[in-house]
Design a protein around this ligand. Structure first.
Ligand code: HEM
Length: 405
Protein backbone atom coordinates (compact mmCIF):
# COMPACT_ATOMS: atom_id res chain seq x y z
CA UNK A 1 0.00 0.00 0.00
CA UNK A 2 1.38 3.45 -0.86
CA UNK A 3 1.79 6.21 1.70
CA UNK A 4 -1.07 8.17 0.10
CA UNK A 5 -3.44 5.20 0.24
CA UNK A 6 -2.58 4.64 3.88
CA UNK A 7 -3.23 8.27 4.80
CA UNK A 8 -6.52 8.34 2.88
CA UNK A 9 -7.65 5.34 4.90
CA UNK A 10 -6.84 6.89 8.26
CA UNK A 11 -9.96 6.44 10.35
CA UNK A 12 -8.56 7.47 13.68
CA UNK A 13 -8.84 11.09 14.75
CA UNK A 14 -6.38 12.57 17.19
CA UNK A 15 -6.73 13.72 19.91
CA UNK A 16 -9.61 11.45 20.96
CA UNK A 17 -12.17 11.96 23.72
CA UNK A 18 -11.57 10.24 27.04
CA UNK A 19 -14.06 7.77 28.48
CA UNK A 20 -12.58 8.02 31.98
CA UNK A 21 -11.10 11.26 33.33
CA UNK A 22 -8.16 9.37 34.90
CA UNK A 23 -7.10 7.41 31.82
CA UNK A 24 -6.10 8.22 28.26
CA UNK A 25 -8.70 7.31 25.59
CA UNK A 26 -9.24 3.54 25.32
CA UNK A 27 -8.70 3.73 21.55
CA UNK A 28 -5.03 4.51 22.19
CA UNK A 29 -4.69 1.22 24.05
CA UNK A 30 -6.30 -0.63 21.17
CA UNK A 31 -3.96 0.98 18.66
CA UNK A 32 -1.00 0.17 20.89
CA UNK A 33 -1.96 -3.52 20.75
CA UNK A 34 -3.04 -3.75 17.09
CA UNK A 35 -1.63 -0.80 15.09
CA UNK A 36 1.19 0.72 17.13
CA UNK A 37 2.40 2.83 14.21
CA UNK A 38 -0.58 4.15 12.29
CA UNK A 39 -1.98 7.26 10.64
CA UNK A 40 -4.35 9.60 12.46
CA UNK A 41 -6.36 12.49 11.12
CA UNK A 42 -5.82 15.81 12.91
CA UNK A 43 -7.77 19.10 12.97
CA UNK A 44 -6.43 20.38 9.62
CA UNK A 45 -7.25 17.15 7.75
CA UNK A 46 -3.63 16.00 7.54
CA UNK A 47 -2.69 12.48 8.60
CA UNK A 48 0.56 12.34 10.55
CA UNK A 49 1.85 9.09 12.02
CA UNK A 50 0.64 8.23 15.51
CA UNK A 51 3.00 6.13 17.65
CA UNK A 52 1.69 4.66 20.88
CA UNK A 53 4.25 2.09 22.11
CA UNK A 54 6.74 3.07 24.79
CA UNK A 55 9.77 1.73 22.89
CA UNK A 56 8.83 3.53 19.66
CA UNK A 57 8.00 6.81 21.40
CA UNK A 58 11.33 6.82 23.22
CA UNK A 59 13.30 5.87 20.16
CA UNK A 60 11.83 8.66 18.00
CA UNK A 61 12.18 11.25 20.77
CA UNK A 62 15.88 10.37 20.98
CA UNK A 63 16.44 10.38 17.22
CA UNK A 64 17.99 13.53 15.68
CA UNK A 65 16.45 12.60 12.32
CA UNK A 66 13.18 13.95 13.72
CA UNK A 67 12.76 17.72 14.08
CA UNK A 68 10.87 19.80 16.67
CA UNK A 69 10.67 22.78 14.33
CA UNK A 70 7.00 23.68 13.74
CA UNK A 71 7.91 25.87 10.76
CA UNK A 72 8.85 22.82 8.71
CA UNK A 73 6.26 21.46 6.30
CA UNK A 74 4.59 18.39 7.70
CA UNK A 75 4.94 19.31 11.38
CA UNK A 76 1.64 18.25 13.01
CA UNK A 77 0.18 21.00 15.21
CA UNK A 78 -2.25 19.92 17.91
CA UNK A 79 -5.05 22.41 17.14
CA UNK A 80 -5.85 25.50 15.08
CA UNK A 81 -5.11 27.70 18.11
CA UNK A 82 -1.61 26.24 18.34
CA UNK A 83 -0.95 26.91 14.66
CA UNK A 84 -1.98 30.56 15.10
CA UNK A 85 0.32 30.78 18.10
CA UNK A 86 3.25 29.19 16.32
CA UNK A 87 2.91 31.43 13.30
CA UNK A 88 3.04 34.55 15.46
CA UNK A 89 5.20 33.68 18.46
CA UNK A 90 8.91 34.33 18.61
CA UNK A 91 10.27 30.77 18.63
CA UNK A 92 11.71 29.45 21.86
CA UNK A 93 14.20 26.61 22.03
CA UNK A 94 11.57 23.94 22.70
CA UNK A 95 10.70 24.44 19.01
CA UNK A 96 14.28 24.40 17.70
CA UNK A 97 16.71 21.68 16.68
CA UNK A 98 20.38 21.51 17.58
CA UNK A 99 22.64 23.43 17.31
CA UNK A 100 20.30 26.43 17.93
CA UNK A 101 18.41 24.53 20.63
CA UNK A 102 21.62 23.45 22.37
CA UNK A 103 23.09 26.98 22.31
CA UNK A 104 20.09 28.41 24.16
CA UNK A 105 19.36 25.47 26.47
CA UNK A 106 23.01 25.50 27.57
CA UNK A 107 22.54 28.99 28.97
CA UNK A 108 19.92 27.64 31.39
CA UNK A 109 21.26 24.23 32.35
CA UNK A 110 23.18 25.57 35.35
CA UNK A 111 19.97 27.13 36.68
CA UNK A 112 18.11 23.81 36.75
CA UNK A 113 20.59 21.27 38.06
CA UNK A 114 19.33 19.12 40.93
CA UNK A 115 21.90 20.76 43.22
CA UNK A 116 20.90 24.29 42.25
CA UNK A 117 17.20 23.58 42.56
CA UNK A 118 17.84 22.01 45.98
CA UNK A 119 18.83 25.51 47.21
CA UNK A 120 15.20 26.51 46.58
CA UNK A 121 13.92 23.85 49.02
CA UNK A 122 13.60 26.24 52.03
CA UNK A 123 11.69 28.74 49.88
CA UNK A 124 9.36 26.04 48.54
CA UNK A 125 8.76 24.61 52.02
CA UNK A 126 8.03 28.04 53.42
CA UNK A 127 5.68 28.85 50.53
CA UNK A 128 3.81 25.58 51.09
CA UNK A 129 3.51 26.32 54.82
CA UNK A 130 2.18 29.81 54.20
CA UNK A 131 -0.39 28.64 51.67
CA UNK A 132 -1.59 25.89 54.01
CA UNK A 133 -1.72 28.40 56.91
CA UNK A 134 -3.90 30.65 54.78
CA UNK A 135 -6.17 27.72 53.93
CA UNK A 136 -6.44 26.79 57.60
CA UNK A 137 -7.29 30.36 58.58
CA UNK A 138 -10.05 30.59 55.94
CA UNK A 139 -13.34 28.76 55.35
CA UNK A 140 -13.22 24.96 55.75
CA UNK A 141 -14.34 24.56 52.14
CA UNK A 142 -12.31 25.93 49.28
CA UNK A 143 -11.10 25.43 45.72
CA UNK A 144 -7.76 23.66 46.06
CA UNK A 145 -6.61 24.87 42.63
CA UNK A 146 -6.86 28.55 43.58
CA UNK A 147 -5.81 28.08 47.20
CA UNK A 148 -2.79 25.83 46.70
CA UNK A 149 -2.13 24.10 43.37
CA UNK A 150 -1.80 27.21 41.21
CA UNK A 151 -0.17 29.69 43.62
CA UNK A 152 2.64 27.34 44.69
CA UNK A 153 4.39 26.86 41.33
CA UNK A 154 3.50 30.42 40.29
CA UNK A 155 5.18 31.89 43.37
CA UNK A 156 8.24 29.69 42.90
CA UNK A 157 8.72 30.41 39.18
CA UNK A 158 8.19 34.14 39.82
CA UNK A 159 10.91 34.06 42.46
CA UNK A 160 13.30 32.17 40.20
CA UNK A 161 12.73 34.32 37.11
CA UNK A 162 12.27 37.68 38.83
CA UNK A 163 8.69 38.15 37.60
CA UNK A 164 6.63 40.16 40.16
CA UNK A 165 4.07 37.80 41.70
CA UNK A 166 1.72 40.79 41.98
CA UNK A 167 1.18 40.28 38.24
CA UNK A 168 0.06 36.65 38.64
CA UNK A 169 -3.57 37.22 37.64
CA UNK A 170 -2.35 38.79 34.40
CA UNK A 171 0.10 36.08 33.36
CA UNK A 172 -2.09 33.22 34.52
CA UNK A 173 -4.91 34.56 32.36
CA UNK A 174 -2.71 34.87 29.25
CA UNK A 175 -1.18 31.47 29.84
CA UNK A 176 -4.63 29.93 30.22
CA UNK A 177 -5.78 31.47 26.92
CA UNK A 178 -2.69 30.10 25.17
CA UNK A 179 -3.06 26.58 26.52
CA UNK A 180 -6.77 26.43 25.67
CA UNK A 181 -6.84 24.44 22.43
CA UNK A 182 -10.28 25.89 21.61
CA UNK A 183 -9.16 29.54 21.79
CA UNK A 184 -9.99 31.56 18.67
CA UNK A 185 -7.50 33.66 16.73
CA UNK A 186 -8.34 36.95 18.44
CA UNK A 187 -7.90 35.49 21.91
CA UNK A 188 -4.61 33.75 21.06
CA UNK A 189 -3.12 36.85 19.41
CA UNK A 190 -4.20 39.14 22.27
CA UNK A 191 -2.74 36.80 24.91
CA UNK A 192 0.47 36.29 22.99
CA UNK A 193 1.07 39.98 22.36
CA UNK A 194 0.20 40.95 25.93
CA UNK A 195 2.49 38.36 27.54
CA UNK A 196 5.36 38.82 25.10
CA UNK A 197 5.13 42.63 25.44
CA UNK A 198 5.14 42.33 29.22
CA UNK A 199 8.22 40.06 29.21
CA UNK A 200 10.02 42.21 26.61
CA UNK A 201 9.72 45.18 28.97
CA UNK A 202 10.72 43.15 32.02
CA UNK A 203 13.78 41.67 30.26
CA UNK A 204 14.93 45.10 29.13
CA UNK A 205 14.38 46.63 32.60
CA UNK A 206 16.41 43.84 34.21
CA UNK A 207 19.17 44.12 31.64
CA UNK A 208 19.58 47.76 32.62
CA UNK A 209 18.99 47.34 36.37
CA UNK A 210 19.79 43.74 37.31
CA UNK A 211 18.50 42.06 40.44
CA UNK A 212 19.26 38.57 41.79
CA UNK A 213 17.20 36.43 39.42
CA UNK A 214 17.38 34.34 36.25
CA UNK A 215 16.13 37.01 33.83
CA UNK A 216 18.75 39.45 35.15
CA UNK A 217 21.49 36.83 34.73
CA UNK A 218 20.38 36.36 31.10
CA UNK A 219 20.38 40.16 30.75
CA UNK A 220 24.05 40.16 31.74
CA UNK A 221 24.69 37.75 28.85
CA UNK A 222 23.02 40.23 26.50
CA UNK A 223 25.34 42.95 27.78
CA UNK A 224 28.26 40.56 27.17
CA UNK A 225 27.12 40.06 23.57
CA UNK A 226 26.25 36.35 24.05
CA UNK A 227 22.47 36.64 23.60
CA UNK A 228 19.83 38.85 21.99
CA UNK A 229 17.34 40.55 24.30
CA UNK A 230 14.53 39.04 22.22
CA UNK A 231 15.97 35.58 23.01
CA UNK A 232 15.87 36.40 26.72
CA UNK A 233 12.21 37.31 26.66
CA UNK A 234 11.37 34.23 24.54
CA UNK A 235 13.10 32.05 27.16
CA UNK A 236 11.29 33.87 29.98
CA UNK A 237 8.02 33.23 28.13
CA UNK A 238 8.72 29.52 27.82
CA UNK A 239 9.80 29.16 31.45
CA UNK A 240 6.92 31.16 32.87
CA UNK A 241 4.24 29.25 30.96
CA UNK A 242 5.88 25.81 31.23
CA UNK A 243 6.88 26.47 34.82
CA UNK A 244 3.52 26.94 36.48
CA UNK A 245 0.58 25.31 34.64
CA UNK A 246 2.15 21.88 34.36
CA UNK A 247 3.11 21.57 38.01
CA UNK A 248 -0.14 23.20 39.15
CA UNK A 249 -2.14 20.57 37.31
CA UNK A 250 -0.03 17.76 38.68
CA UNK A 251 -0.81 19.08 42.18
CA UNK A 252 -4.55 19.43 41.48
CA UNK A 253 -5.17 16.21 39.55
CA UNK A 254 -2.58 14.29 41.61
CA UNK A 255 -4.33 15.23 44.86
CA UNK A 256 -7.71 14.23 43.45
CA UNK A 257 -6.26 10.90 42.31
CA UNK A 258 -4.72 10.24 45.73
CA UNK A 259 -8.00 11.08 47.46
CA UNK A 260 -9.64 8.36 45.35
CA UNK A 261 -6.97 5.91 46.62
CA UNK A 262 -7.01 6.49 50.41
CA UNK A 263 -4.55 3.64 51.12
CA UNK A 264 -2.00 5.18 48.79
CA UNK A 265 -2.70 8.71 50.07
CA UNK A 266 -1.90 7.42 53.57
CA UNK A 267 1.44 6.08 52.31
CA UNK A 268 2.27 9.49 50.85
CA UNK A 269 1.19 11.26 54.05
CA UNK A 270 3.22 9.04 56.38
CA UNK A 271 5.86 7.73 53.98
CA UNK A 272 9.61 8.22 53.95
CA UNK A 273 11.45 10.21 51.29
CA UNK A 274 11.81 7.21 48.97
CA UNK A 275 8.06 6.48 49.09
CA UNK A 276 7.17 10.08 48.34
CA UNK A 277 9.62 10.20 45.43
CA UNK A 278 8.22 7.01 44.02
CA UNK A 279 4.67 8.35 44.44
CA UNK A 280 5.51 11.48 42.47
CA UNK A 281 6.97 9.43 39.60
CA UNK A 282 3.95 7.14 39.55
CA UNK A 283 1.54 10.08 39.48
CA UNK A 284 3.56 11.67 36.66
CA UNK A 285 3.32 8.38 34.75
CA UNK A 286 -0.37 7.64 35.14
CA UNK A 287 -1.57 11.23 34.76
CA UNK A 288 0.77 12.41 31.94
CA UNK A 289 -0.71 15.91 32.08
CA UNK A 290 0.90 16.99 28.79
CA UNK A 291 -1.70 14.64 27.34
CA UNK A 292 -1.86 15.34 23.62
CA UNK A 293 1.41 13.82 22.54
CA UNK A 294 4.76 15.19 21.52
CA UNK A 295 5.20 16.29 17.91
CA UNK A 296 8.00 15.90 15.40
CA UNK A 297 8.59 15.86 11.64
CA UNK A 298 10.99 13.46 9.87
CA UNK A 299 14.05 15.12 8.31
CA UNK A 300 14.88 12.03 6.24
CA UNK A 301 13.39 8.62 5.53
CA UNK A 302 13.50 6.61 8.76
CA UNK A 303 12.39 3.07 9.45
CA UNK A 304 10.76 2.73 12.87
CA UNK A 305 10.08 -0.84 13.95
CA UNK A 306 9.54 -1.96 10.35
CA UNK A 307 7.48 1.06 9.21
CA UNK A 308 8.97 3.56 6.79
CA UNK A 309 8.40 7.16 7.83
CA UNK A 310 9.33 9.41 4.94
CA UNK A 311 11.14 12.74 5.05
CA UNK A 312 8.64 15.55 5.63
CA UNK A 313 6.02 13.36 7.34
CA UNK A 314 4.70 14.43 10.71
CA UNK A 315 4.79 12.19 13.77
CA UNK A 316 2.79 12.33 17.00
CA UNK A 317 4.39 10.50 19.90
CA UNK A 318 1.57 9.65 22.29
CA UNK A 319 3.44 9.75 25.60
CA UNK A 320 0.12 9.41 27.43
CA UNK A 321 -0.26 5.95 25.83
CA UNK A 322 3.44 5.02 26.10
CA UNK A 323 3.24 5.58 29.85
CA UNK A 324 0.53 2.88 30.00
CA UNK A 325 2.24 0.35 27.72
CA UNK A 326 1.79 -3.17 29.19
CA UNK A 327 5.05 -4.25 27.54
CA UNK A 328 6.83 -1.75 29.78
CA UNK A 329 4.67 -1.68 32.91
CA UNK A 330 2.91 -4.51 34.68
CA UNK A 331 -0.72 -3.55 35.41
CA UNK A 332 -0.12 -0.23 33.66
CA UNK A 333 -3.51 1.22 34.55
CA UNK A 334 -3.06 0.67 38.28
CA UNK A 335 -1.76 3.47 40.45
CA UNK A 336 0.98 1.82 42.47
CA UNK A 337 3.02 4.41 44.28
CA UNK A 338 5.52 1.79 45.41
CA UNK A 339 6.55 1.02 41.83
CA UNK A 340 9.84 2.92 42.28
CA UNK A 341 11.81 4.35 39.37
CA UNK A 342 9.58 3.82 36.40
CA UNK A 343 11.33 5.62 33.50
CA UNK A 344 8.12 7.31 32.38
CA UNK A 345 8.12 9.74 29.47
CA UNK A 346 5.91 12.35 31.16
CA UNK A 347 8.85 14.78 30.94
CA UNK A 348 9.59 13.73 27.35
CA UNK A 349 12.87 12.11 26.33
CA UNK A 350 15.95 13.03 24.30
CA UNK A 351 17.36 16.51 23.83
CA UNK A 352 14.07 18.26 24.67
CA UNK A 353 13.51 16.34 27.89
CA UNK A 354 11.98 18.76 30.39
CA UNK A 355 14.53 21.24 31.65
CA UNK A 356 12.42 22.10 34.69
CA UNK A 357 11.97 18.52 35.93
CA UNK A 358 14.14 18.89 39.06
CA UNK A 359 12.01 21.89 40.04
CA UNK A 360 8.70 20.17 39.27
CA UNK A 361 9.80 17.09 41.23
CA UNK A 362 10.86 18.96 44.34
CA UNK A 363 7.63 21.01 44.36
CA UNK A 364 5.51 17.87 44.07
CA UNK A 365 7.59 15.95 46.62
CA UNK A 366 7.01 18.74 49.13
CA UNK A 367 3.42 19.63 48.22
CA UNK A 368 1.59 16.26 48.39
CA UNK A 369 2.73 15.08 51.84
CA UNK A 370 2.52 18.56 53.37
CA UNK A 371 -1.08 18.96 52.20
CA UNK A 372 -2.13 15.49 53.39
CA UNK A 373 -0.35 15.89 56.73
CA UNK A 374 -1.90 19.29 57.44
CA UNK A 375 -5.42 18.16 56.52
CA UNK A 376 -5.67 14.41 57.20
CA UNK A 377 -9.44 14.57 56.57
CA UNK A 378 -9.10 16.41 53.24
CA UNK A 379 -11.96 15.38 50.97
CA UNK A 380 -13.50 16.34 47.64
CA UNK A 381 -17.00 17.78 48.11
CA UNK A 382 -18.46 16.96 44.69
CA UNK A 383 -18.71 13.77 42.61
CA UNK A 384 -16.39 13.41 39.61
CA UNK A 385 -19.34 14.15 37.31
CA UNK A 386 -19.36 17.72 38.65
CA UNK A 387 -15.62 18.29 38.25
CA UNK A 388 -14.52 20.17 35.14
CA UNK A 389 -11.60 18.18 33.75
CA UNK A 390 -9.29 20.08 31.39
CA UNK A 391 -9.79 17.99 28.29
CA UNK A 392 -9.69 21.04 25.99
CA UNK A 393 -6.40 22.30 27.42
CA UNK A 394 -2.87 21.44 26.28
CA UNK A 395 -2.13 20.60 29.92
CA UNK A 396 -4.65 18.19 31.45
CA UNK A 397 -5.94 18.48 35.01
CA UNK A 398 -8.90 20.03 36.78
CA UNK A 399 -10.17 23.59 36.42
CA UNK A 400 -11.34 23.62 40.03
CA UNK A 401 -11.14 21.15 42.90
CA UNK A 402 -13.74 21.84 45.59
CA UNK A 403 -12.48 20.38 48.86
CA UNK A 404 -13.36 20.43 52.54
CA UNK A 405 -11.02 19.77 55.49
C1 HEM B 1 10.01 20.48 28.13
C2 HEM B 1 6.57 18.29 30.77
C3 HEM B 1 7.48 21.33 34.47
C4 HEM B 1 10.36 23.90 31.57
C5 HEM B 1 9.05 19.59 28.55
C6 HEM B 1 8.60 18.45 27.80
C7 HEM B 1 7.61 17.86 28.53
C8 HEM B 1 7.46 18.61 29.76
C9 HEM B 1 6.80 16.63 28.14
C10 HEM B 1 9.16 17.95 26.46
C11 HEM B 1 8.66 18.73 25.27
C12 HEM B 1 9.05 18.08 23.93
O1 HEM B 1 9.73 17.07 23.88
O2 HEM B 1 8.60 18.59 22.91
C13 HEM B 1 6.54 18.92 32.01
C14 HEM B 1 5.73 18.48 33.14
C15 HEM B 1 6.00 19.33 34.18
C16 HEM B 1 6.96 20.31 33.70
C17 HEM B 1 4.79 17.29 33.13
C18 HEM B 1 5.46 19.36 35.59
C19 HEM B 1 5.02 18.33 36.24
C20 HEM B 1 8.35 22.29 34.02
C21 HEM B 1 8.86 23.37 34.79
C22 HEM B 1 9.65 24.11 33.96
C23 HEM B 1 9.65 23.47 32.67
C24 HEM B 1 8.58 23.61 36.27
C25 HEM B 1 10.46 25.36 34.22
C26 HEM B 1 10.69 25.92 35.30
C27 HEM B 1 10.51 23.18 30.39
C28 HEM B 1 11.36 23.61 29.30
C29 HEM B 1 11.25 22.64 28.30
C30 HEM B 1 10.35 21.61 28.81
C31 HEM B 1 12.19 24.88 29.25
C32 HEM B 1 11.94 22.62 26.94
C33 HEM B 1 13.21 21.82 26.98
C34 HEM B 1 13.92 21.76 25.66
O3 HEM B 1 13.30 21.96 24.60
O4 HEM B 1 15.13 21.53 25.67
N1 HEM B 1 8.35 19.65 29.75
N2 HEM B 1 7.25 20.02 32.39
N3 HEM B 1 8.85 22.36 32.74
N4 HEM B 1 9.93 21.98 30.08
FE1 HEM B 1 8.67 20.97 31.28
Amino acid sequence: MTTTEVSEQAQTSYPMARECPYSPPAELGRLQADEPITRARIWDGSTPWLLTRYADVRSVLADPRFSSDPYRDGYPTVAASRKIRQDRQRPSFIFMDDPDHARLRKMLIGEFTVRRIETLRPLIEQTVTELLDAMEAGPRETDLVQAFALPLPSLVICHLLGVPYADHAFFQEQSHALLDLTSGEEKVVAALDALQGYLDELAEAKRKNPTDDLISRLGARVNAGELEISEVSAMAFLLLVAGHETTANMIGLGTLTLLHHPDQAALVRDGDTATVRSAVEELLRVLTVTHVGRRRVALEDVEVDGTLIRAGEGVILAAEAANRDPEKYSHPDDLDITRGTNQHVAFGFGIHQCLGQPLARIELQIAYPALLQRFPDLRVTVPDSEIRFREEMAVYGVHELPVAF
